[in-house]
Design a protein around this ligand. Structure first.
Ligand code: SF4
Length: 299
């Protein structure tokens, strides 16, 4: 295997493209990228129906690469109790975790129990969560959530999926976030990033989140469901963007049938990488941190 720009940069034959070297940013031996032919072969094999053993091995390699890329992957919502995580996850709909984390300190200081939400003054609660958007609907969900937890679960957030999904504002995705991160029960969180990436990897063709969850659950050891969910979502937010994935610096590239969905030239891909692990990710790709981030990097 060689680290080439997949036809976009001259390959030195020693694993680093001439264009990457010309940037003066090569700091460590580069991870390999597939050449054009092997990338096409993998895509064709996956499209035709990969053998189960072949897919299991490829899944295993992707999981190991994700673990190396994101050793600190975690839930990016701030919380200290299961109820706080449930509330934060309700608020995270249609907005960023960063925005949610900006409003929750004041919110959690004011509303500590399910009863507090059940008895909340609607106008006051709306004002506190307004920056997260859709605040009227979210206020209804939080008040309803508090009332349901008080009425049916003695004020304690339940720790079972089948109970959590009966609560206002809590769907299966939210329930799995809460189970995995607040209760230590393995859960797969299928958000927009997760679904996009596992389809790109050919782990499933399903669009329905529940079917995606079951398909991935059959490929990934159950004990790893929660951490793998974080790692996949991290990769989707930092590298494998919806519009312009940074394929040319992606450490999963040799095992990804969608390699080429974004720029394969490291010089063009590197500016698309974002997030606090940017330097680490570029180092894994053999590039130094001097490549500036692009405002074009979109999640
Ligand atoms: S960035 Fe490109 S190579 Fe990496 S996982 Fe996404 S589509 Fe595949």
């Amino acid at each position: 295997m060689t680290y080439s720009a997949n036809g976009h940069g001259a390959d030195t034959g020693r694993g680093v493209s001439v264009r990457a070297r010309s940037l003066g940013v090569v700091s460590t031996p580069a991870r390999t990228l597939p050449d054009r032919r092997s990338a096409a072969r993998l895509a064709a094999r996956v499209a035709a129906g990969e053998s189960s053993i072949g897919r299991a091995r490829r899944v295993g390699r992707i999981l190991r690469a994700l673990a190396a890329a994101y050793p600190d992957a975690h839930c990016e919502l701030d919380f200290t109790t299961p109820l706080e995580l449930a509330v934060a996850t309700v608020l995270s709909a249609q907005t960023t975790d960063v925005r949610v984390n900006e409003v929750t300190p004041a919110l959690f200081a004011r509303y500590r129990t399910a009863l507090d939400y059940a008895q909340a003054d609607r106008t006051e609660l709306e004002e506190l969560i307004r920056p997260t958007g859709f605040y009227r609907n979210k206020t209804s969900s939080l008040i309803g959530l508090g009332q349901a937890v008080v009425d049916r679960f003695d004020g304690e957030l339940p720790a079972r999926l089948e109970d959590l999904v009966t609560l206002p504002g809590i769907g299966r995705k939210t329930a799995n976030v809460v189970l995995g991160n607040a209760f230590g029960v393995p859960g797969i969180t299928v958000d927009t990033h997760f679904g996009r990436l596992v389809r790109r990897w050919g782990w499933t063709d399903e669009e329905d989140p529940v079917k995606v969850e079951h398909a991935v659950g059959a490929l990934v050891p159950k004990r790893d469901w929660t951490i793998v969910s974080h790692q996949v979502i991290f990769h989707g937010r930092r590298v494998c963007h919806a519009r312009k994935p940074a394929c040319g610096v992606c450490t999963l590239a040799v095992d990804c049938p969608a390699f080429g969905a974004g720029p394969t030239d490291p010089e063009k891909a590197a500016p698309l990488v974002k997030g606090p692990e940017r330097d680490h990710l570029l180092a894994l790709a053999g590039l130094g941190p001097t490549v500036p981030a692009s405002p074009d990097a979109s999640a």
